[in-house]
Design a protein around this ligand. Structure first.
Ligand SMILES: Nc1ncnc2c1ncn2[C@@H]1O[C@H](COP(=O)(O)OP(=O)(O)OP(=O)(O)O)[C@@H](O)[C@H]1O
Length: 288
């Protein structure tokens, strides 16, 4: 349904998107990558806010680079920095956005807005100014505005950053509810968000898709090969140089380092259960 083919985007010397190709079907798709990987650039390009320098994007067979209108009416976008709100009530703001999205009929608009406010659990706060909402409420409002007009594609860029665990879960539940019928592209650097929610995912680094697959299949690529050891802080550099280093975690004054190896890498190492986070570092650092 959404086919991204060999797209490139450069900002001066920065190759923000370097030959990115992805085919997406309805369902939740997780895009995982560190800061600067190119996730937001990809999202903005899909949202037709900027054009790629090269490459094509097709939605239902139509080229959206040359015909952005083909996707705009089918697209809901919650950008990373959806943070400036006028002092308007949620109701008034949604009404305004719905008109901009072409939901002209007043009755239809009211029905959609009330149904969405119900879904995102803001119905009792609908007359309050959105500027007074908490972070979690704002993100849920963001989903409601993105879903106005019933788009077939929903793009959400790092939506859970800054949310407390309860609000984060509530937000993710909301996304998974819509994932059955829409293409939902969720960009994040929070590994658990993808692991818990997305049947399909990709890891992005340096403007490229490093690997794509189901979370479980990515974990399979490192199964039985993750080892950990408690080390002194000072030994960390040696670990990083001498092993296929995955990550380190500070624990009660010490450091626990994880490495990738086919067999025990030496004394003091114990095998640990592999996680999506381990797979993420293994692929991102070119260890598999
Ligand atoms: N408008 C721009 N002008 C110049 N450089 C840009 C612009 N937009 C993005 N970049 C650069 O492109 C690269 C990719 O940035 P992008 O924001 O897409 O990464 P990201 O994966 O979304 O990271 P983050 O999680 O920090 O948002 C970075 O090096 C960034 O500095």
């Amino acid at each position: 349904m959404l086919s991204i083919q060999n797209i490139h985007k450069r900002f001066g010397d920065v190759h923000a998107l370097n030959n990115v190709s992805l085919d997406l079907e309805p369902g939740l798709f997780g895009l995982l990558g560190p800061n600067g990987a190119g996730k937001s650039t990809l999202m903005r390009t899909l949202a037709t806010l900027q054009k790629p320098d090269e490459g094509q994007i097709f939605f239902d067979g139509q080229d959206i680079v040359t015909h952005p209108d083909a996707i705009r009416s089918q697209l809901g976008y919650l950008p990373q920095d959806f943070g400036v709100y006028p002092r308007m009530s949620a109701l008034a703001l949604l009404d305004h956005i719905a008109i901009l999205k072409g939901v002209i009929n007043k009755g239809e608009r009211e029905d959609q807005i009330m149904a969405l406010l119900e879904k995102v659990n803001l119905i009792t706060h609908r007359t309050a100014s959105v500027a007074t909402y908490s972070g979690g409420m704002r993100q849920r409002f963001g989903v409601a505005q993105a879903l106005l007009g019933n788009p077939k594609i929903l793009i959400v860029d790092e939506p859970t950053a800054g949310l407390d665990p309860f609000e984060r879960q509530r937000f993710l539940d909301l996304l998974s509810e819509f994932g059955r019928e829409k293409i939902i592209l969720l960009s994040t650097h929070i590994v658990e968000d993808v692991r818990d929610l997305c049947p399909d995912m990709a890891i992005m680094g340096n403007g490229q898709i490093v690997v794509r697959g189901a979370p479980e299949s990515l974990i399979d690529t490192i199964r039985g090969r993750v080892w950990r050891k408690s080390v002194d802080r000072d030994d960390l550099l040696t670990m990083k140089e001498g092993y296929k280093f995955l990550s380190s975690r500070h624990l009660k004054g010490g450091v626990q380092a994880s490495v990738l190896a086919d067999a025990s890498p030496g004394t003091g190492f114990e095998q640990k259960e592999e996680t999506l986070e381990d797979a993420y570092f293994a692929h991102l650092n070119g260890l598999v």
